[in-house]
Structure formats: C-alpha cells, structure tokens
Design a protein around this ligand. Sequence first.
Ligand code: ADP
Ligand code: MG
Length: 400
Amino acid sequence: MTKRTPRIHTREGHPDFVDLDWTSPIREWTSDRLVEMPEGLHRHEIVFVAYDEGVYAIKEILPRLARHEYTMLRTMEGRTRHTATAVGHVERPWVDDDLDWAGAVITKYVSHAFPYRHLISGIGFGERRDALLDAFAGLLVELHLNGFFWGDCSLSNVLYRWDASSIEAIMIDAETSEIYDRISGGQRWNDLEIMQLNVAGEMGDIAAEQGASLDEADLALGEEIAGRYRSLWKELTTSLVVTAGDHFRIRQRIARLHGLGFAVDDIDLIPVDGGTNVKIRVKVGGRQYHSERLREITGMDISENQARVILSDLAYHDPKFGGTTATGKNVAAMKWRSTVFEPLVAQIVDLLPGRDPYQAYCDYLGFRLAMAIDRDADIRNDEAFAAWRDANFPGLREVV
Ligand SMILES: Nc1ncnc2c1ncn2[C@@H]1O[C@H](COP(=O)(O)OP(=O)(O)O)[C@@H](O)[C@H]1O
Ligand SMILES: [Mg+2]
C-alpha cells in the first residue's frame, strides 16, 4: 500500500500545514485548528484553519486546478490588492486525480470581509446597491487592466469589505481565470456576458428565497454593473490629445485618475499633428493610489477608500505640524503618524477587538467631522475621541 503522504507547496512566511490530517478529506477533519468563519455559496469543500500567522482558507479542488488557481492569484499579487493571497497548494498523490479531494488550494483568509449575502436587504441590496455597483465594476475594470480574464465573475466569487463609506470588492475564486499581457476587447466582452448571466441568476435566487417572483428580482443589476464598467474603462483607457505645451493638462489627467483611486504606472507623450499637439497615453495600474501613499507613510496595508479618508486627516493636521514645504510635509507626516494616528489606532485596537481598526478610524473621523460642523469649530482629538467612545463608537455605516 502506498503511504498517504501529501505533496505540499507553501510560501515562506506561512505555516507548512503538515500538522493537518491530509490522509482524510477536509470534511472529516476534527483538528482544533478549525475555525468557523462566514462563508458564501460554493461548490467545493472549504475549511478555515487558524495558526499564529493568521487564518487560512483551504479549498479541496482537482490538483491541476489547485495549482492553476494558486499561480493565477500569485501572479496578480503586486498588480492589485483586490485578489485573495495565494499561500499554497496540496496534492494527495494516492487519491484518483479526477476527484476534488485529490488537491487543495490554500489562501490567506481575507480579514473583515464577508459574502454578498450580508449586504442583502429584502430582495436586493437596498441602499447599498450603489456602493456595490461601484465596487464590483471597479474590481472588474482593475482586473482587466491587469490582463486578467476571469471566466466566472459572480457575486459569490467576490468578498466584500467596508471601505470608509464605500465597499471594497475582493476576488477570491480564480479557478477559471487566465492572465494575458493584454486582454482583448472580445475577452472583456465575454467576461461581462458571463458576469451578467451569473449575477442575474444570483439575483433570481435571492428573490426566490424571499418568496418573491422573478419579475420582482433585481435582474438589471448585472447590466448596470456592465454600464459602469464601460464608462470607467473608457475614462481610464482613452488617450487625450492636448496642445503641446499645455503641461497642466497632463497633471490634470493624472490627478483625475488618482481621484478615481487608480495608480498611474507609465505616461507616454506622443507628438501628433506635426508636433502641434500631444497625445497623452497613460498606463493605469491597480486601484490603490491612496493605499500606496499611506503605506509609504505608515507602513500599513490599508484599503483604498479608508486610506483616502485617513490621508485627509493627515492633510488636516499638516499646517499644525508645519507641513507647507515638501520637506516640511514629510516631517509633518512623521509627526502625525507618531502623535495622532498610531496612538488612536492603538486605543481602537484595545477598545474594539475584532473590528477593522482602520475602518473604525474612519468612523471616528466621520464622528469628529460631524461634531466640528455642529459646533462650527475644530475639536481636539482627545475630546472628540472621548465623545465617540461615550456614544458607543458609531460607524459611518453599519459594521459587521
Ligand atoms: N481567502 C478567503 N478568505 C475568506 N473567505 C474565503 C476565502 N476563500 C474562500 N472563502 C469563502 O469560501 C467560499 C467559497 O470559495 P470559492 O473559492 O468561491 O469556492 P468554489 O470554487 O467552491 O466556488 C467563498 O464564498 C468565501 O465565502
Ligand atoms: Mg466560487
């Protein structure tokens, strides 16, 4: 009899997972590492395991698909922060490789995220519909800009997370995906078709579960996602022709892209019309412009819209710390980090264990702003924080 030894591939900085009972299917595991986490709809068996390094999701899937999903997710790392982090893949060589449990893919648990079912109210998404549309269309655009053809885009293959007063969408299921240097128009069209079909099915299911008829279901949601997708794609990829010498137009274009949250990787200025005009062609990267700026200052990995809000807190403190020149601004950022940001985050972590501390920081900033408007004066942080605590930490939106 062959020995039941699994073949495990993992990445540095994560557990090796050898202590898990790979001889039996995950469904039969009794390990005390198992933890219950919110999970969405899925075809494959999935478990969550906790280690000192964090919580991980293990999904049983054909070995070739496990390797593929791992490779796709790994390739996307560094291009976007909106895909799950691949940690490893496992093969059980003694199991028939046509069976799902012959393989497994391991990803890092996406913390503070939840499946779309948590966003439903009634037979649709209620007041969160608009934020969901934006998050979903934005994710698809970002993936396509990075050459990623999904092949199975659906509401349940995405996880959601509060991101200041928006929602952040994170792609988790990359089984059917392919990555190209550049995705073609046909592939994008194809992905949008698949998305609309999947989303319509999901909205039909939600309505049915609520005892409503199909006519009442929000079947237009997918089409609207596609609509927003198209306008965002156009905005990000259309080259602009301006009069040569109008340098401010280049800065304006870039500021606009940053405003949409997209980082700009490369800028090409191409003379046209015999040199009278220039075509500005910009290569847009991930939707992480503010995340990256805040990471430079704090070293922390913070969601795009949270980062945007937190950076506005830095801008608010800037003059107080003498941040008017470029050097002054750097010094002000360090002062803000050590005297404002870090102490407040530390208090939040202490007072609100389990809650996303950066989302809570944004909640607090929202509260301070409302107080300042109400009183028509600046409020000191110690006073505003105490008031926020006394009010039982109200959020920008409901926090799960
Ligand atoms: N890295 C992860 N972090 C958090 N939850 C996850 C993660 N990976 C999967 N899940 C949960 O498991 C469910 C199924 O994952 P998915 O990859 O879509 O599996 P399937 O191929 O079976 O559809 C998801 O809806 C999600 O709730
Ligand atoms: Mg899935």
